[in-house]
Design a protein around this ligand. Structure first.
Ligand code: GDP
Ligand code: ZN
Length: 411
């Protein structure tokens, strides 16, 4: 199943923090290279100068393979480097200053991307040590320290701690989290008033995810221009959220109504737009910055119709009022089915003052000693939010269905 867990005295590579691992893997690569060179120079003494000059990893590996002694994995060398470094006290931290500057990653690909520093964008590459460490995962929104390796080009040296993480389970690798975006101050949950009709259960589902990320939610009701006396009942349940103190913005990407209020709220911050397809996320982003010209659903369908498959990378856009918008296709497909059952209740903030119930794993369905049920009875918790909680709680039982089947059930 999992990896063998070797019990050893002192620290293991897995125990190290990000910065320490980057350093140790850098040292490991040097140790391995030195060992390979040493072996080659002793076996082919006459040719040693040439060997050193041609110090290319891949070449050396294939040579080792031919001799039947495969290269040891970098992890093994990392353990050696760690024991050499003692208890890591000798590892120095780098700090922001003349040499190292702070930036935020606006795109991330395997080896580099674009970062934003003091309002200007620069291409970056990763420091070789960071590249070697396949476990280093960088995401759009990451704060980093970098140095300039040449004019207008940077080398990312270190990832700084993350404030907020929005992630979801990898659909193809169970148990693996895929980070969607990090360090956003606000997560703007976009829903349409109608077309498609506002779905409060879905809104609650998004709120659970926002709660987990620790960012602040903003509920954005788009397509407000479509409000009519016939559909205004769709807003009835919104009062529950107003009472709970959520920031709610009613707007229209079509007419521009309410967009200024949204801009006032998110001015100077980093945000992500979350919501199902068709609610108007792309249109809203375009109304904030028309130059971005993000494809709305009609254009997307037209492109798909032509059989063109476009994979769009996650990207951060720096727009007016120093707003950093993170837009990712992953966000568009977001759902929270793989959340633990006991986590759901924390997404319902009005529940928390009544918790814990008598039993820690109380489902709040019918247990004796439940504190939530009487609160629903007395009206302190609204019936519709409670029903929504129960519905999400129960849908978790369909976790084992395929992604298509699940989405059909949900949306
Ligand atoms: P996304 O999938 O969330 O990015 O949604 P899109 O931005 O692609 O919008 C989906 C559809 O809704 C498009 O046909 C838009 O023109 C339309 N739409 C978006 N915002 C509004 C709005 O405020 N009012 C109206 N009436 N239609 C809108
Ligand atoms: Zn309970």
């Amino acid at each position: 199943m999992g990896k063998k867990s070797k019990k050893k005295k002192g620290r293991n590579v897995e125990d190290l923090n990000e910065r320490e691992r980057v350093e140790i893997y850098g040292r490991a690569a040097k140790l391995r290279k030195a060992a390979i060179n040493k072996k080659k120079t002793s076996s082919k003494r006459l040719d040693w100068k040439k060997n050193v000059r041609q110090g290319d990893y891949d070449q050396e590996f294939s040579e080792e393979k031919r001799t039947g002694k495969g290269p040891k994995s970098l992890d093994v060398w990392a353990e050696k480097a760690l024991s050499k470094a003692g208890e890591m006290k000798s590892l120095d931290n780098i700090t922001e200053g003349d040499e190292y500057h702070r930036g935020v990653l606006t795109t991330v690909s395997r080896q580099g991307g674009i970062l934003l520093h003091k309002g200007k964008i620069y291409d970056y590459m990763l420091k070789p040590e960071m590249l070697l460490m396949q476990k280093t995962e960088l995401a759009v929104g990451d704060d980093v320290l970098f140095s300039f390796d040449r004019e207008d080009h940077c080398l990312v040296e270190q990832r700084l701690d993350r404030k907020h993480i929005l992630s979801r389970p990898d659909p193809t690798r169970p148990g693996v989290e895929r980070v969607i975006a990090v360090n956003m101050d606000y997560i703007i949950i976009v829903t349409a008033l109608t077309s498609p009709d506002i779905n409060y259960n879905l809104l609650d589902r998004f709120l659970i995810g926002v709660e987990q990320s620790k960012a602040t939610p903003i509920i954005c009701i788009n397509k407000y221009d479509l409000l009519t006396p016939e559909n205004e009942h769709l807003l009835d349940d919104l009062k529950n959220y107003e009472k709970l103190g959520f920031e709610i913005i009613k707007c229209s990407a079509e007419t521009g109504e309410g967009v200024d209020k949204l801009l006032d709220t998110i001015s100077g911050s980093t945000c992500v737009f979350l919501g199902t397809s068709g609610v108007g996320k792309s249109s809203l982003i375009n109304s904030i910055d028309p130059e971005l010209n993000i494809k709305t659903s009609e254009n997307r369908e037209r492109a798909a119709g032509r059989g063109r498959h476009t994979t769009v990378m996650a990207q951060m856009h720096h727009v007016q009022r120093d707003i950093k918008l993170i837009d990712t296709p992953g966000v568009r497909e977001f759902n929270f089915l793989d959340i633990e059952k006991t986590e759901i209740q924390y997404g319902f903030k009005e529940f928390t003052e009544f918790l814990p119930c008598k039993f820690n794993d109380c489902s709040h369905e019918k247990e004796k000693g439940c504190n939530i049920l009487p609160a629903v009875e007395s009206g302190e918790i609204s019936q519709s939010r409670y029903d929504s909680y129960m519905k999400i709680y129960k849908t978790l039982d369909i976790k084992r269905l395929g992604p298509k089947q699940r989405d059909n059930l949900l949306f």
